[in-house]
Each structure stands twice: as C-alpha cells, then as structure tokens.
Design a protein. Structure first.
Length: 373
C-alpha cells in the first residue's frame, strides 16, 4: 500500500530510505532475475541531529545527511522509496456497503465512512485503501452455459458489506518529505507506511497471523498482520533511548557510555536478559500484551490468536530479548531477518546480521520495486 507512487520504466536500482529518530538508513537494491540484490547501504546516527522532528522539519539538513550517506556508501541510484512515521499515520478498518456491480466506485463510500474517524478534515489528508473482502466470480463461459457462479471471498457470498483497510497521512507531512528529497536532488517514487515495508522484508508471502514489534530509537511500533494485511497497529513512546537512559542511571555513567555498554551487551554472550534491560523492556512488554488482548477480542478473524512474533528495530539485538519475550508471552518470538529475501554477498553476512534489525524498513521499501514491476 502506498500513499502515492508511480511506476518508472527501464529503472535500474532503487533506494529505500527510512528517516527516523535514530537517524537515516538507506539501502540500494537492484532487481536481478526476479529477486532484489543488495548493492550498498549507509546510515547516519542520532548524533547527526537533535530529534526526528528536526530532520522532518529541516529539509536542507535532512537532505545534506542523505547526500552524505549516498556519497560515502557510493549509492548510484537516484530513485527513492521512502516511509512515513507510523505514529503520524491514520490506520483503520472500516465497513462499507458492498457495491452492486464492479463499475460502482468505492471512493465515495470509503470517504463517507472514514471521515467520521479521521483526526482532521478529510480535505487535509491523503488516503489510500485496500479492500479486504474481495469477491471473484468464475469466468464468463460458465455464466453463458448457465452454470453456478462460485464466489471466493473471506465473507459470505450474500454479505451486503465489505471491509476496507484505510491509511491516511496529513498533506502537510507528505509535503515535508517531498521537500526533503527534492532538496537532496533525488526522485521520490513512492511514500508508504512503515508497516507495509516491514511486511515485505520480514514476512513476505507468509499468511500466518504474525505480530511485528519494531523497537526503534524513541518509539516502538506494534502491528498484527493476518494474510499479509495489518489488522491492528499501535505505537508507544518507548524504545532504545529508554534502555540507554536506564543503563546510564543505574550504572552512574553518561548516556554516550551507556549506549556503548548497550552495544557491548548486544554482541556479548549472555545467559539471559540482564535485569536492567528487563526493567527497561516492561513498558513494551505490557503494550504487546495489551495489543494481543485487543486482537483476541476482535470478531472479524474468528477470535484467532497470533501465531508468532517477529522483533526488529535497533534494540532488537539486545541479548536474549527474544527468549525473554517468548517466555513472558508463551508465544514463539524470532529476530527478523530483512536480508532473507535479498541476494547478498556471502562475506558480508556477519555484518549484515548485526545491522539487519535497523534496516528492516529501508530494505522493505526498496523491495517494493518487485511489486511495481
């Protein structure tokens, strides 16, 4: 799902750009034999700016950081797929009357329903929608022969309503991103929400009910995906910076020293999640439990439960965090691998495995090229 986008013929490479509070991540992929291949990557850190809002509101500064990344990483492509921050995006599943025929436009029906839920006037938003309950009729020959027409759908064939997944972004926010890439002198091909990039890089064609927990620098985004579509999304202000601050407080060291300690813990061998990290993870654990409860209470999926959890983001490499969450939730928890569906040089795997969680969004953005083709 993209809030806007266009196809570009004869394109060679594509850059996935993720602008977040922890910095800018850029991945350059190229389509090769039906699969995306890694060309190069680069990133900045939070030390290059004061906050996420600084980058979004200061197009020139963000553009300079991006150009510097491209230069150092030797990124040659000039086309970009980028993401909008999840906490700034409107997500909802609405129910609309099923159209009487395929020629009837769904747009008025969707807008009439969703405008009651939007946080601002619909005229100030850019909306994108995906129909969840799709009905497919048999070929015309059967109709001509008088045969019974079958319906393949996730709701009864006689249903008078259908569900639609709607995402929306403020036009002012979209304009800020457009200005950033214009200042960077690269071509913005599409903007989409982070969750769809994560589904692409971490889930692929898996139709299971999966929760994605993206533990970023300042925020943690939680999404529950069923059959490739996000049915629930929540965002809380708790992330890697909270872990850093707690380490600094308990050990009596500076935040920069605590950040290095966190890195050392991530690469070291631990028997379990250290107590200081357990305490820092509690707000995220509580939100995961609450999200699971919300999903279980929804009736549209037959009260089916989440089958597994994938964790990603800069703090996903904390030692034994997957084991800690799995034991606390009694659900299998896995560290996401965004490179699993990308061809990469064998010699780079140790490095790519280490940085992978931070690049899950940017990899998924660049992988959109396969869909567009």
């Amino acid at each position: 799902m993209g809030l806007f986008g266009k196809k570009e013929p004869k394109a060679t490479g594509i850059i996935g750009v993720d602008i977040g509070a922890g910095g800018i991540k850029a991945v350059e992929l190229n389509k090769e034999k039906g699969r995306m291949r890694l060309l190069t990557y680069g990133y900045s850190t939070s030390r290059d700016h004061d906050s996420e809002s600084v980058l979004i509101d200061d197009a020139k500064k963000a553009a300079k950081i991006l150009r510097d990344i491209m230069k150092k990483a030797d990124i040659k492509s000039q086309r970009v797929n980028a993401s909008l921050p999840s906490h700034s995006i409107f997500h909802a599943i609405i129910t609309i009357p099923a159209p009487k025929d395929s020629k009837q436009s769904l747009k008025p029906l969707i807008e009439n329903q969703v405008k009651k839920l939007l946080p601002m006037p619909i005229e100030e938003m850019i909306l994108d929608s995906t129909v969840i309950d799709k009905k497919k009729e048999d070929d015309k020959d059967k109709k001509k022969e008088g045969g019974d027409s079958k319906v393949a759908t996730s709701v009864p064939a006689t249903s008078k309503h259908m569900r639609v997944l709607v995402s929306g972004a403020p036009k002012t926010l979209v304009a800020k991103y457009v200005n950033i890439f214009k200042a960077a002198k690269v071509q913005l091909s599409s903007l989409e929400t982070e969750v769809f990039a994560l589904i692409r890089s971490l889930i692929g064609k898996d139709k299971s009910r999966i929760m994605i927990v993206d533990i970023g620098y300042e925020r943690t985004n939680i999404s529950i995906v069923d059959k490739g579509l996000p049915f629930l999304h929540r965002s809380i202000k708790a992330g890697g910076i909270n872990v850093t601050k707690m380490i600094a407080k308990q050990m009596g060291i500076t935040e920069s020293e605590a950040e290095q300690t966190k890195v050392d813990l991530a690469v070291g061998k631990q028997n379990g999640l250290p107590p200081v990290l357990k305490e820092a993870m509690m707000p995220i654990l509580h939100e995961i439990k609450y999200s699971l409860q919300l999903f279980d209470q929804q009736s549209f999926h037959g009260n089916s439960t989440v089958e597994k959890i994938i964790i990603t983001g800069g703090s996903a490499h904390l030692p034994k965090i997957d084991t800690f969450l799995s034991e606390a939730l009694n659900i299998n928890v896995y560290l996401g691998d965004p490179w699993a569906r990308v061809a990469t040089p064998a010699g780079l795997r140790p490095v790519l495995d280490e940085i992978g969680p931070r690049f899950a969004v940017s990899v998924g953005l660049a992988m959109k090229e396969l869909e567009d083709k």
